[in-house]
Design a protein around this ligand. Structure first.
Ligand SMILES: Cc1cc2nc3c(=O)[nH]c(=O)nc-3n(C[C@H](O)[C@H](O)[C@H](O)COP(=O)(O)OP(=O)(O)OC[C@H]3O[C@@H](n4cnc5c(N)ncnc54)[C@H](O)[C@@H]3O)c2cc1C
Ligand code: FES
Length: 264
């Protein structure tokens, strides 16, 4: 993890109220163990030099060594409004990579990637990484399913070929939720589930994974303050009664251990 100043390389709308922000990533200095793998995140100072306290967490939606990194963000408040106004060449203060990312799928399993709403960013990165691994014979080809309330909230141009799209109102793709879609889909191999999205969706995927006795890794987007394990502001209750820190134990947690009712 490191803090660095860099520049914005791109900032474009990708769906209604969603933007992709790209920024230059420093040259590789040999710290391979600290690569920003899918599921990890970074924080941005999202208020310029006049509002230095305003750091905001975002998941990597892409990363190229000695190239650039990206996130897909949703306009929500003053921090993301500030980010939306940035232009290529503008300065950016980045802290990362932070947290724990997704693990590799068990050999012989079908990686089933489930994204809901703005949870699409990290799942796009995971899908691209696993597709490259599959091409190299390291795992089975992943299947990505993306759920949104309506068609205008789907970043269509960013989705890899073969992505299953589900909309609550039936305006694009499958009419219904991602878990409705999963119920009727045969992955052909024992599935391994990965998800990022709203808590009710993540809880529903936990139930699907449990019913299929499948592993499940869930990226929880819990509210965060320090982002580095120092404040306990991001506690996630586990079924054991213990708590995990989303920022340092996660944000990717074993979904079968999370107390999803307590998260609701
Ligand atoms: C690990 C992690 C990864 C994330 N990845 C993404 C992503 O890839 N794309 C994306 O659009 N959003 C992501 N988020 C949520 C994102 O951080 C918030 O949407 C953003 O901070 C809102 O800032 P704001 O100033 O615009 O909104 P504000 O007006 O400050 O708040 C609006 C809402 O945003 C959420 N929020 C605000 N501050 C935080 C915070 N420090 N931590 C978490 N949530 C907050 C709260 O729900 C709040 O009600 C992620 C959050 C976490 C914890
Ligand atoms: S946000 Fe401070 S410990 Fe996680």
């Amino acid at each position: 993890m490191r803090r660095f100043d860099t520049i914005v390389t791109g900032n474009r709308p990708v769906a209604d109220g969603y933007r992709e922000l790209r920024f230059a990533w420093p040259h590789d200095d040999g710290r391979r163990a600290d690569d920003p793998v899918p599921g990890r995140f970074f924080t941005l100072r999202a208020g310029g030099r006049y509002d230095p306290a305003l750091r905001r967490p975002f998941a990597f939606s892409d990363w190229r060594p000695a190239g650039d990194a990206a996130c897909v963000f949703q306009l929500r408040g003053r921090g993301t409004e500030y980010l939306a106004a940035l232009r290529p060449g503008d300065g950016l203060d980045v802290l990362g990579p932070l947290g724990r990312g997704f693990g590799r799928p068990p050999r012989g399993s079908r990686p089933m990637l489930v994204a809901g709403g703005i949870g699409v960013g990290p799942m796009l990165y995971l899908a691209a990484t696993l597709a490259a691994d599959a091409a190299a014979g390291l795992c089975e080809a992943p299947i990505l399913v993306v759920g949104a309330r309506t068609a205008s909230l789907v970043p269509v141009a960013m989705l890899p070929a073969g992505t299953a799209v589900c909309t609550d109102d039936g305006s694009a793709g499958f009419s219904g939720t991602v878990t409705d879609w999963l119920a009727s889909f045969d992955p052909g191999l024992p599935p391994a589930f990965y998800a990022c999205g709203p808590t009710p969706m993540m809880a529903a995927v936990a139930a699907v994974a449990a019913s299929r006795r499948a592993p499940y890794e869930a990226s929880v987007e819990q509210w965060m303050a320090c982002g580095v394990g120092a404040c306990a502001g991001c506690a996630v209750r586990l079924r054991s009664g213990e708590y995990a820190k989303a920022c340092s134990d996660g944000p990717v947690l074993d979904g079968s251990t999370v107390d999803w009712e307590a998260m609701a």
